[in-house]
Structures are given as structure tokens and as C-alpha cells.
Write a protein that binds this ligand. Sequence first.
Ligand code: ADP
Ligand code: MG
Length: 144
Amino acid sequence: MGKDLGRYLFSSSVVALIGGLGSGKTTLIQGMARGLEVSSPVKSPSFVLIREYAGRLPLYHFDLYRVTQDKEILNLGCEEYFYQKRGVVVIEWADRIKRYLPSEYLGISMSIVDASSRKITFRPSGALYQQIVEKMRNHLKREI
Ligand SMILES: Nc1ncnc2c1ncn2[C@@H]1O[C@H](COP(=O)(O)OP(=O)(O)O)[C@@H](O)[C@H]1O
Ligand SMILES: [Mg+2]
């Protein structure tokens, strides 16, 4: 699913992931990286808040797990990533940055169902992201 999503993402798109530890955020991003033709392995950034990967479009991977203060969010310079850079921004723990997100983005909520399954809910805001979700829906229908 991540790989399909990565194929559909466009320049300057923003994907905001919300879900607890172990809900599959990094795993989904690893798939997205494949869809974006990123060749180097995508890891959990841990102490690094933002990692960049080269691909069909640059991928900027934010992991805000350790971010607790507004000051730290401002220091990230996220506006530059959202509005000036031409890549794809994907954010883990996006709830921590919610009020700084652009008006249009693809929200994704993830949760653990059991040891081997996850619930993934797409919450697109804006027509371009609705189209992506529609494409994903059609793709899944063909697979079933
Ligand atoms: N869609 C999925 N179905 C089943 N297991 C998954 C899925 N996505 C991730 N996992 C497993 O859940 C664990 C945590 O995944 P991870 O992507 O690191 O979560 P997060 O980044 O949200 O903390 C890993 O062991 C991973 O293999
Ligand atoms: Mg993670």
C-alpha cells in the first residue's frame, strides 16, 4: 500500500501520519520510498528529526516522536519544507505539528488491530489528495 501511495505522490505533497508506537508508520513510509524510487534504506530517524532521501522526488522524512515543545517545532523550519522545497514531506507523529500543516495534505491514521494486522484510515484534505485516495481505492478493488 505504501508503494502505491509513493507512486501517486506529487511534488510538494505532504503526508501526515498519526498513530501510536508500533502502528506501522515507518513501515508505510518504507513502502512509499519504494514507490518514490528511493534506493537507500529508510530508517527510523530516532535522534534525527528530519532525514532526506533522493528519489523520483526528494523524500523528507520527519519523525517528531521526541518533539514536545513548540519552540522545537519552529526550529525545524517546516515552512521551508512545505512551501519551498519540491519534494515529498512525510511526517510521523504529525499530531505534534498539526497547526503548522498546510491547508491541504493527506492525513493517515494508523492503529494496531492485532500482532499481524493494522487499521489504516486515509483522511485527505484537498482535491489532489482525494484523487490519490480514489486511485488507492480502485487499486485495492482490483487486487481483491
Ligand atoms: N501493515 C502492517 N501489518 C502488520 N505488521 C506491521 C504492519 N506495519 C508494520 N508492522 C510491524 O509493526 C512493527 C512496528 O512498525 P513500525 O513501522 O516501526 O511502527 P511505527 O513507526 O508506527 O512505530 C514492526 O515490527 C512492523 O513489522
Ligand atoms: Mg516509526
